[in-house]
Write a protein that binds this ligand. Structure first.
Ligand SMILES: [Zn+2]
Ligand SMILES: [Zn+2]
Length: 181
């Protein structure tokens, strides 16, 4: 679990002063401030009278900060919390950073229906970039994914392969991981 995720859980439990957070997380006050500022920039928390509060529904992508328009949503559920990324590209990056999820919901590119992100097929790095680049596009069935891949290139992947493939292309393209800045 990343530091941001831990901090959010503490805040959810009502531990929301910088001093308490720094003690609970075992990091310096400065680090807590930096973490909070990052979360605030992305619209996930806000500060009031020296305390941190969660915003009800983050309307921006946790990774790139784009406004969520619901078209390419990639939802990661962990217990009761759910995190929404603007698209599978950002969703997979979130999963790389934060690890396990109890449920992953992606949207089928053809039908727009929510599909299980783990059993879906992905075309990574094609010429089509509906949201973030390199794009990762989700299909419920392999045939659709294959047809798309034939037309737009990239790589046809399973969920696990898509993660590795994206990791690889991020390295190759030296794309800055906005979430790690
Ligand atoms: Zn994003
Ligand atoms: Zn995106």
């Amino acid at each position: 679990m990343g530091r941001e995720e831990k901090l959010l859980e503490l805040v959810e439990r009502g531990i929301n002063t910088v001093k308490d957070l720094s003690r609970e997380l075992g990091v310096s006050v400065m680090t807590v401030y930096r973490t909070i500022n990052r979360l605030e920039e992305r619209g996930i928390v806000y500060k009031k009278q020296g305390k941190v509060f969660l915003k009800d529904e983050p309307k921006t992508c946790r990774v790139c900060g784009k406004t969520l328009d619901g078209r390419n949503d990639f939802i990661i559920r962990r217990g009761k919390r759910s995190i929404t990324a603007c698209c599978p590209h950002c969703g997979l990056i979130l999963l790389m950073e934060e690890g396990e999820a109890s449920l992953i919901l992606a949207k089928d590119f053809i039908t727009g229906k929510p599909v299980n992100g783990v059993s879906a097929f992905y075309v990574v790095g094609s010429k089509a970039t509906p949201c973030c680049a390199p794009s990762a596009i989700v299909f419920e069935n392999k045939e659709d994914a294959y047809r798309f891949y034939r037309g737009f290139g990239g790589r046809l992947c399973t969920f696990k392969e898509a993660m590795d493939c994206l990791k690889e292309s991020l390295k190759v393209n030296k794309v800055v991981w906005t979430s790690l800045k």
